[in-house]
Design a binder for this molecule. Structure first.
Ligand code: HAM
Length: 416
């Protein structure tokens, strides 16, 4: 029996890998415009790191972490998200602040797999540590908008909210607690648990009856302290000033414990995504550096889900770029090899047909390999030093003198 990949993991076959690479390249280009540099941290960390940051009451920690004791007796967790490892690195290496970093890599969560939700998935993220805002809050949201627009994803809405701070939360928590107590009979069992552990998390509930009820529940944004209110108002004003489209969503609270003040999510209405419509999200985490034992340091970031972005982009079309050389006779293989070397030296991707494959088979292979051109060399062609160049995309062909092949292939305007 053929062994298949584990549940919740994905293979990126060559076609998808091309699209993955393109998305990553666009991401690097976009964040580069805002001065972000790459950071690479390990895919596993000490479990304690996530317990102290992602949050003890979150689904990620209570249900989804890949945790194990390694052969040396260490308690290890495959990272479910990138932020904690990066904050650790900032402190461990005493990085000069402010610092703007981006990352691309796999994350692991033991979730119920479905379209757009996997156990191993890739995130593209940014973290800006040491900037108090509100300008950086807006820059970060702008990066997301610019990136999605650049990819041609038009149906992405940016939902923005403020989740306050330790000063404003207690009053809201009390009011929300009273609301939930009054409506105890109407809320689902999961929300009863949330009400005890971390009431604000009820807004994440997907049950329609709960969602309807919570429209009238007290929202944190209406309980902000003076400083948080000022901060949030400046963020909203600047978003308008920079003409960044957004939607104020008072029920969006995010699923991780470390958030403070500005929180946001990029949501797609693409029919390809269904329930997993969040392409990414982030927010401020002004207490995390301190919680890890560092000095009080403001910070903000986001992470985007690579697979969901690829789903929203749709099935990729193969990018045809290589040249496939078919010598029509084994005696001409030498000329084929020479042309192969010539093309590769000119930075043109090229492949040579195997002598045991005839023209028909060779053309089939060229098509399978998504080549752009086929160059056919017969003994007459060798004599005349004129080769047949077939364009597989335009389905045309012409005779090209041997010494003009590179020019014709690189100057595509003139190529029929
Ligand atoms: P998050 O909302 O947990 O935030 O994840 C961010 C994005 O990762 C989601 O919006 C989604 O696109 C993608 N994602 C999450 N889980 C899965 C999954 N099981 N399968 C496929 N894609 C998934 C964070 O991770 C924070 N660290 C973001 C952040 C950075 N906040 C501040 N800085």
């Amino acid at each position: 029996m053929i062994i298949s990949n584990p549940k919740g993991t994905q293979d990126f076959l060559p076609l998808q890998s091309g699209q993955k690479h393109l998305v990553e390249t666009r991401f690097r280009e976009t964040v580069g415009l805002y001065g972000f540099s790459e950071i690479v941290t390990p895919t596993f960390e000490h479990t304690e790191l996530f317990l102290r940051s992602t949050g003890l009451t979150t689904d990620i920690i209570t249900k989804q972490i890949y945790q194990f004791i390694d052969k040396g007796g260490r308690d290890i967790t495959l990272r479910p998200e990138g932020t904690p490892g990066i904050v650790r690195a900032v402190l461990q290496y005493n990085l000069k602040l402010p610092v703007r970093m981006f990352y691309i890599g796999p994350m692991f969560r033991y979730e119920r797999p479905q379209k757009g939700r996997y156990r191993e998935f890739y995130q593209l993220g940014v973290e800006a540590v040491g900037e108090i805002g509100p300008d950086i809050d807006v820059e970060i949201i702008e990066i997301g908008s610019r990136f999605f627009t650049g990819l041609g994803l038009k149906d992405v809405i940016t939902k923005v909210n403020s989740v306050g701070c330790a000063v404003c939360r207690p009053k809201h928590r009390t009011e929300l607690g009273l609301f939930l107590e009054r409506n105890k009979a109407k809320i689902c069992d999961d929300c009863k648990g949330r009400a005890e552990r971390n009431p604000m998390r009820i807004f994440d509930c997907k049950e329609a009856t709960c969602q309807e009820l919570y429209i009238n529940a007290p929202k944190i944004v209406d309980y902000l302290c003076f400083d948080c209110q000022q901060h949030f108002q400046s963020v909203l004003n600047e978003l308008v000033e920079r003409k960044i489209p957004f939607e104020l969503n008072k029920m969006m609270v995010r699923g991780l414990d470390y958030y403070t003040r500005t929180a946001f999510e990029f949501v797609s209405s693409s029919s390809e995504l269904g329930a997993q419509d969040s392409l990414g999200g982030g927010g401020r985490y002004d207490n995390l550096v301190e919680d890890f034992g560092g000095p009080k340091t403001p910070a903000i970031g986001f992470a985007l889900g690579l697979e969901r972005i690829m789903l929203a982009l749709g099935t990729p079309r193969p990018i045809r770029k290589a040249v496939y050389i078919i010598p029509l006779d084994p005696s001409i293989q030498k000329q084929g090899k020479e042309l192969l070397r010539l093309l590769r030296n000119a930075n043109i991707p090229a492949l040579l047909n195997n002598p045991d494959k005839n023209l028909r088979a060779g053309l089939g292979i060229a098509d399978n390999l998504a080549c752009e051109y086929v160059i056919i060399i017969g003994s007459e062609e060798v004599k005349k030093q004129i080769y047949t160049v077939k364009n597989l995309v335009k389905r045309t062909q012409k005779q090209v003198p041997q010494n003009q092949i590179i020019e014709v292939l690189t100057n595509k305007e003139n190529q029929s």
